[in-house]
Structures are given as C-alpha cells and as structure tokens.
Ligand binder design. Structure first.
Ligand code: SF4
Ligand code: SF4
Length: 124
C-alpha cells in the first residue's frame, strides 16, 4: 500500500471545520470516559441534535474557517483529544489522498508560499 499523500501537520485542519461531525453512542461514551464525565454530561457538553443526527459535535468560532470542532486547538491547529477522537475522525479521509490537501498543496505551489491557506466554503 502506498504512503499517505497528505500531511495533516501542514494543514490548518479543514476537515475539523465540517458543518457536521457525526458521533455515535460509542463516541460519546469514549468522550465521557476521557473527561471523567457521565454519558449524559458528555452528551450535553459536547454534542447537540442537529442535521438529523442524535449526536453531532458542538462547534466553536474559528477565524480561518468560521466554525470548527469544539476540541480543535485554534492556535496550534490540531486536535486536543486525539486518543479519544470519534470514529469519523479516525477513518477520515479514508484513502491515501485528501482532496483538501491536494487543493492546498496545489495553491501553495501556485502562490509559491508554503504557508498559504487556501479557503473554500462549506455548503453550510
Ligand atoms: S483536511 Fe486532510 S490534510 Fe487537512 S487535517 Fe484533514 S485529513 Fe489532514
Ligand atoms: S475530534 Fe479532533 S480530529 Fe475530530 S473534528 Fe474534532 S478536533 Fe478534529
């Protein structure tokens, strides 16, 4: 199998800014354990019912993408609960490539700027 064609360390975390970060019951249980909370406390603190999902991750303001996962460190641009992150985050992007990273790398080459942040709007 070929190595991943993307580098999350060089990306400002676009996938964490998706309007819907869907969780299942086991994800909420994992978050509860990680924070020493009951299931209901974790559910209230970290999730809300949205987009037809029983548990959707709460989000917060982000100067780059508008909104982002509540567990995202907006200064260091990384996940703060990596070992307890939900299954959707574990399986993303699912193949050797990340579409956003391809776009980002292309724009950075075009701009000749390694730090350039390519912005695109989610259909929110
Ligand atoms: S958008 Fe792609 S490259 Fe960026 S953090 Fe997510 S998976 Fe990594
Ligand atoms: S839990 Fe971590 S990896 Fe998943 S969306 Fe939130 S910040 Fe990103």
């Amino acid at each position: 199998m070929s190595a991943a064609q993307y580098n999350c360390r060089k990306c400002p975390g676009y996938c964490c800014s998706y309007p819907l970060i869907p969780l299942d019951k086991r994800d909420v249980e994992r978050l509860a354990r990680h924070h020493n909370l009951s299931f209901d406390e974790a559910k209230r603190a970290f999730t809300k019912e949205e987009h037809g999902r029983k548990y959707a991750m709460r989000r917060k303001k982000d100067e780059l993408y508008g909104k982002i996962c509540r567990f995202f460190d907006t200064k260091k641009r990384c996940c703060t609960i990596y070992t307890a992150r939900p299954s959707v985050c574990r399986s993303f992007p699912g193949s050797g490539r990340c579409g956003y990273y391809d776009f980002l790398a292309f724009e950075r080459r075009a701009q000749e700027d390694e730090k350039y942040v390519a912005l695109t709007n989610h259909a929110d």
